[in-house]
Design a protein. Sequence first.
Length: 417
Amino acid sequence: MARLVMKFGGTSVADIDRIRNVARHVKREVDAGHQVAVVVSAMAGETNKLVALAREASPLHDAREYDAVVASGEQVSSGLLALVLQAMGVDARSWQGWQIPIRTDEAHSVARIVDIDGARLIERLEQNQVAVVAGFQGISPDNRIATLGRGGSDTSAVAIAAAIDADRCDIYTDVDGVYTTDPRIVARARRLEKVSFEEMLEMASLGAKVLQVRSVELAMVKGVRVMVRSSFEDPASVRDGANGLPHGTLICDEDEIVEQQVVTGIAYSKEEAQISIRGVADKPGVAADVFVRLADAHINVDMIVQNVSPDGSTTDITFTVPDASYDQAKQVIESARNTLTYTEIEGVRDVVKVSVVGVGMRSHAGVAARAFQALADRNINILAISTSEIKISVLIDQAYTELAVRTLHSVYGLDKQ
Ligand code: ADP
Ligand code: ASP
Ligand code: MG
């Protein structure tokens, strides 16, 4: 007997037929003798609708009321799945975040889970009742519903797995695992059998939306075994693979991965914007002035390029921010005009960040050079570069996204044969 968390995303619970399919997956594990806690997302498209309604009601909305609205999608899907399970003869009940409770901090709309009391869930699991938990939500210190940021049900699932000491957290989605890049844009992407926590963390934070970043962070810190797998596999014919694991991708410690590639995957993010400040004074303290102001406004700066000053007196500083922070970032710089001298400020929003990720880069030279050469051969201009021990990111024109991702994918030998 094992204790499992099974998480199903929006497309997996998009309508009653799909919810029935999910219920069959759940029943399969129950019939195998396992204790099961299920975490569900809202039905596909529901959260987007709710977000749009909240924005329409008030563009500058109160984040607590926004949360009250957008959390409702998961209340519906958890209730529906519990109903379908009951109709199939499986003992089940739904749980909202506050009923468990899942406690969060006060950062409404992007809240972090601070604590989950697993006792009540465990009590019911031990009575062989399936717990169907509404993902994406918890309860804040002011006793209000709080949501965990888009894609947050992944994090709910991993946090619950840690709280109830589950043997595994299965993230069921619309693809059958984590691929070398988004399989929807590169047909030759390959499914990975295993990915290390560190690489998955990089891939997720660089744009691979298959798992929310925080869910990977949490899994790494709490040592939760996470498997990404398909909800569209026929529940009646699911068999474990040769390694004793289900078909999918296991997210695990680096040393569990025997054959390590130099490059594991390519990720991309279109939610980037570039800002250039031209003609700033080339003297100590200017960069500090710019970036402290942005930090004070809680704007995340990612890539930074400072040109060599042509005349020793002025230079240009270019950086990227999340596209959602673009207007605010420009405003911050413009409002500093009395102390920060510059000739002009320029912005570009149709840019994309394409990243090459792999722990093998630590011990291999020339990985970045290959990327630059491959992009040059395709005439793709690089606007900015940033690197870490295990990734290289380049900022390019958004029109070249697919070409760049495909090019890098084949240059590093990731294409499916
Ligand atoms: P869910 O609704 O189940 O949470 P998401 O849409 O959040 O599903 O995540 C699954 C999607 O992530 C896939 O449909 C796929 O297009 C996308 N994706 C992006 N990068 C990758 C990758 N490297 N491997 C697998 N899927 C990826
Ligand atoms: N329903 C929420 C969203 O669409 C949470 C999730 O699906 O993970 O962002
Ligand atoms: Mg998701």
